[in-house]
Write a protein that binds this ligand. Structure first.
Ligand code: ASP
Ligand code: MG
Length: 418
């Protein structure tokens, strides 16, 4: 059986959904499980909606209207007005009405997951209805009964045994009857609350299903021809890799290559399932294959940008040296506040860390650090990672940039720039 993942860009409009069906049609005769993300930029819009709700902003209702109108405009193009998909979509959006009628829950991340998950619940209703309309028999499955997680909201930790048992109980039978369409990015807790797996988590969902079902391969359909050495939005003359090893792909995603979610590769590597990254506009082109035993010649360095970075320096209030004990307190606070460190550096009197900005978590982290430490920070920075770098490539990249931190190892250099 095959697992396909279609991301937001592939289903951003009615044409995208028609195209999805035509890609799927090429694989008729295979058992197929399709994981779908929220449409276009819906997740960002739902994030805004969550914030507006929690902050009691006036534009809450207009943000919600815009999200609904965007989806209705798409289904109006694809279906007759009497089609049941209109009710399915409306009934899904009503969940948000119910949430925003009440006072926000104390836990922001909990609220976030209950609201943001609606994006995938709606997109999969639409895709499933359209596949059936196009004569591709498919069933809609609520992923929250299959991908079981703990209750770490916005970063649900998958409970593999429970997940594997649930998937193997039902999904093979469903696949014998037709295509299965399900939501990426979402999970469910033992108390039946919705969790999410971290932004861009739909790839991970595809990998979870593939690993549990022993799929032949996973294909993620993207708006790029495959995995490139750098983001073509920022760099010219990029090159595409025909193949990459699992290890290289893990390293790239660890440093922030956004083409695949970081947790995706490991389960596939363990189960020796190849991951294909292919273009949804050119489905016959080979794309990039990630598998075992690939040895690449890196004729150009891999360049990975992470924007919206914070660089924070922490020093003891009593001007003492930074001790191991203090580092363990500092790391404890980072872990508690779910702030993941991208780069760190210690010196005698301070400890410097670079991480992604999540405003809510950052605020709490600052509060807890300030009890025992002096903290200073810069934000709005970019972290650039170069793998398989040359010194020439490094100097070219840093021309007319202020470098605030630089760290070199044999294979990888990381710099934080303004
Ligand atoms: N819709 C989610 C996001 O935009 C998950 C995904 O697309 O993979 O982060
Ligand atoms: Mg997405």
């Amino acid at each position: 059986m095959l697992v396909f993942k279609f991301g937001g860009a592939s289903v951003k409009d009615a044409e995208g959904i028609v195209n999805l069906a035509s890609v799927v049609k090429k694989f008729e005769g295979n058992q197929l499980l399709i994981v779908v993300s929220a449409m276009g930029k819906t997740t960002n819009a739902l994030e805004k909606l969550t914030k507006a709700y929690v902050d009691a902003d006036d534009d809450l209702h207009s943000i919600f209207e815009e999200i609904k109108n965007y989806h209705y405009a798409i289904i109006e193009k694809l279906f007759e007005p009497s089609h049941p998909v209109f009710d399915e979509v409306a009934n899904t959006f009503v969940e948000i009405d119910w949430i925003i009628e009440d006072e926000p829950h104390d836990d922001y991340d909990f609220t976030y997951d209950q609201i943001v998950s609606i994006g995938e619940l709606v997109s999969t209703r639409i895709v499933n209805a359209y596949l059936n309309k196009a004569g591709l028999k498919s069933a809609w499955v609520d992923v929250r009964g299959y991908v079981h997680t703990d209750n770490t909201y916005r970063e649900g930790v998958v409970q593999w045994d429970k997940t594997r048992a649930a998937i193997n109980r039902d999904i093979p039978g469903l696949l014998q009857k037709g295509i299965v369409v399900t939501q990426g990015f979402l999970g469910g807790t033992s108390e039946n609350f919705t969790t999410t797996l971290g932004r861009e988590g739909s790839d991970y969902t595809a990998s979870i299903f593939a690993a549990c079902l022993g799929a032949e391969s996973v294909t993620t359909w993207k708006d790029v021809p495959g995995i490139l050495n750098a983001d073509p939005k920022f760099f010219e003359d990029t090159i595409k890799f025909e193949e990459l090893s699992y290890t290289e792909a893990i390293e790239m995603t660890y440093y922030g290559a956004s083409v695949i979610h970081p947790k995706t590769i490991k389960p596939l590597q363990n189960a020796k399932i190849p991951l294909l990254v292919k273009s949804f506009t050119n489905p016959d082109a080979p794309g990039t294959v990630i598998r075992e035993n690939v040895v690449n010649q890196f004729i150009k360095p891999v360049i990975i940008l992470k924007q919206d970075q914070v660089l924070l320096s922490i020093s003891p209030k009593d001007y003492s040296f930074v001790s191991e004990n203090q580092l363990s307190v500092i790391f404890g606070l980072f872990a508690q506040n779910q702030v993941k460190v991208n780069v760190m550096q210690t010196s005698a009197l301070s400890f410097t860390v670079c991480f992604d900005l999540y405003p809510e978590r950052f605020k709490k982290l600052l509060q807890s650090l300030s009890v025992d430490f002096k903290v200073k920070y810069n934000d709005n920075l970019t972290l650039i990672t170069l793998r398989h770098y040359s010194h020439a490539a490094l100097s070219e990249l840093t021309i007319d940039k202020t470098v605030l931190l630089e760290q070199l190892s044999r294979n990888t250099v990381q710099i934080v720039v303004r």
